[in-house]
Design a protein around this ligand. Structure first.
Ligand code: XBP
Ligand code: MG
Length: 267
């Protein structure tokens, strides 16, 4: 039985990367007098590295023109990332980053039906709190029994650490939950923790491999705004209702033969 929904944040709750984090990184580089420009295409490559500090370190190691410059900048990564987070929070506070389709609707449905809510994300707690309060109101952070975010774990996604922490703090078994993710790194993390996972892609992740997901969608959809089912059986539904999530969750518990036989159809 589905007892908990565990949401990823970046790319899942909101499309935060291209016009949010990426813009904030570039603003921080300018604040530090660095002429680096993470354009849309390069940032798409750098997203393979989760964690903003880890992404900067990767850039310094693999992309930075001067070796000496890279070595000299390594100690400044925490300060650079702090400046980036300041810029990102400003973008959030200006209301530039809306929730993705279906998020508000599903959170409300889960709360009405007593399904517990959690977050498992690589970004910082501050970024999560600001996104939730800006888009859903100041009380929204209290809707989540658990917000597992950023550096609270040793290994970031695709390692399962953040999902293990969320499950431990929820006091739920992996099979009692459904994760919602947007990226291959996120899916690998949730599946490694044993959590059945629904994927909603975005422009940066649409081409990635999502083997093992209960279904892959363009987004969660809304009444009158149909989703695209990229993989899986939505039984003719036009958007991801709580019923449909519960169906996908139940089907994930079935032996693959029963699941693949199509006998367990969407409601
Ligand atoms: C996506 C990430 C984060 C963001 C940047 O997190 O990998 O690192 O790109 O945020 P999610 P920070 O698990 O929510 O998809 O700079 O705060 O790390
Ligand atoms: Mg994500």
């Amino acid at each position: 039985m589905l007892k908990g929904l565990i949401f990823d944040v970046d790319g899942t709750l909101a499309d935060t990367e291209r016009d949010g984090h990426r813009v904030a990184f570039n603003a921080a580089f300018r604040s530090f007098g660095l002429d680096w420009d993470w354009n849309v295409s390069l940032y798409g490559e750098l997203l393979a590295i989760t964690g903003g500090k880890e992404r900067i370190r990767h850039y310094l190691t693999h992309h930075c023109p001067g070796r000496l410059m890279a070595a000299g900048l390594m100690p400044h990564i925490p300060a650079l990332h702090k400046e980036k987070t300041r810029h990102y929070m400003e973008l959030l506070q200006q209301g530039h980053i809306p929730l993705r389709p279906g998020i508000r609707r599903l959170l409300a449905a889960a709360r009405r039906h007593g399904i517990r809510l959690a977050i498992a994300t690589t970004t910082t707690q501050d970024n999560v709190d600001t996104l939730l309060s800006q888009t859903l109101g100041p009380a929204a952070t209290t809707w989540f029994d658990v917000i597992a975010a950023g550096d609270v774990v040793a290994q970031k996604k695709p390692a399962p650490d953040i999902y293990h922490l969320a499950l431990r703090q929820l006091g739920l078994q992996p099979a009692e939950c459904l994760a919602i993710e947007d990226s291959e790194n996120g899916l690998r993390s949730s599946l490694a923790a044993g959590v059945p996972t629904l994927v909603t892609v975005n422009a940066y992740t649409r081409h990635q491999c999502f083997n093992g997901a209960v279904a892959v969608l363009s987004d969660l959809g809304e009444p009158g705004h149909a989703f695209q089912v990229l993989r899986g059986d939505a039984g003719g539904h036009q958007y991801a209702s709580l019923d449909l999530l519960q169906h996908w969750h139940a089907s994930s518990a079935l032996p693959s033969a029963a699941r693949d036989s199509g006998t367990h159809r969407a409601p």
